[in-house]
Design a protein around this ligand. Structure first.
Ligand code: GDP
Length: 296
């Protein structure tokens, strides 16, 4: 295991106790360790750079207090800044729109999109007593459509029946129509993923958006994504325009640096996190917990 940041900074800075203010050189030495900790947590390089710049601004010249060790003081500045950058607490799915509220799920194949679609539907249905319809728009993989149907049957959530030969945009329009007729409060569109970002995927997502007018567009991303996180989030946000993020596999060993990277490049809130394969394993995002984890 890595030595934690507090200990690392303690050995660099604690000798300064009683010496007035933190100098540029003290802070630079500390920031080398902060940078190392963030890179170990898989935060993207660009984001590490802008983050350490922000911390530098706050830390240089900061008065060294008698009551707290300089190492702890810098850890607190880093921690507070991380929480601020990670954004607000408990931002749920926004359902403030005329029913049926359309929620569009986007992301790469294997990110956990279909599972998360069902988890969100289950949450809205059990906690908020909403009537939810789910529709799979993945016409390239019949197995994906069947997976969503099974998850729906398991959780007692309606799924849109499959009509062979329909395009994703036609399915999206039919889902919205079916939700209107069926008195559903929410319709969740589980779009197709690809193994990587490509032009046809982005065009398809933009077309679906145009046809279904979603109130929420949630990018589902694997929290174990490393340096690619920035590229992924930026592409989906610029080309489709996301309203929030859902990070999956937060139950894994990863330190969650992707959360910071994706939040930093899009400015969009992390709405929920996936913490397991089971339907109930979806939680609200708590920036403080992720900050602790990133710092190790
Ligand atoms: P999709 O291709 O994006 O629709 O991905 P799936 O929803 O099919 O998920 C791919 C795999 O990841 C499945 O085996 C899921 O059970 C698993 N999975 C999804 N979310 C989580 C999570 O939060 N934690 C864990 N451990 N596994 C997850």
């Amino acid at each position: 295991m890595f030595e934690n940041l507090q200990d690392r900074l303690g050995s660099i800075l604690n000798g300064l106790t009683g010496r007035g203010a933190l100098s540029e050189a003290d802070v630079s030495a500390a920031l080398r360790e902060v940078r190392r900790a963030l890179l170990e947590a898989d935060v993207a390089l660009d984001v590490v750079r802008s983050f350490t710049d922000r911390v530098r601004e706050k830390a240089v010249g900061a008065e060294i207090l008698k009551s707290i060790k300089p190492g702890q003081m810098v850890v607190k500045i880093v921690h507070d800044e991380l929480i601020e950058m990670l954004g607000g607490e408990g931002v749920g799915i926004d359902l403030h729109a005329a029913a049926p509220v359309v929620v569009m799920m986007v992301g790469l194949q294997g990110s956990g999109k279909t599972t998360t679609t069902a988890k969100i539907a289950n949450r809205l249905s059990t906690r908020e007593k909403k009537k939810v319809l789910m529709a799979s728009l993945d016409t390239r993989r019949p197995a994906a459509q069947e997976q969503l149907r099974q998850l729906g049957a398991q959780a007692n959530i309606d799924t849109l029946p499959v009509i062979a030969g329909q395009s994703p945009t036609d399915i999206a329009a039919r889902a919205v129509q079916a939700a209107k007729l069926g008195g559903h409060d929410v319709v969740i569109l589980d779009t197709a993923g690809r193994t990587h970002i490509d032009e046809p995927l982005m065009v398809e997502m933009a077309d679906i958006k145009k046809r279904s007018n979603p109130h929420e567009i949630l990018l589902v991303a694997d929290s174990l994504t490393g340096q690619d996180a920035v590229n992924l989030a930026r592409n989906f946000d610029e080309r489709v325009g996301i309203t929030g993020l859902v990070l999956t596999r937060m139950d894994g060993d990863g330190r969650g640096g992707a959360a910071l990277s994706m939040r930093a490049v899009t400015g969009k809130p992390i709405k929920l996190i996936g913490v397991g394969e089971k339907m109930s394993e979806l939680e609200e995002f708590h920036p403080r917990r992720i900050a602790d984890r990133i710092l190790g």
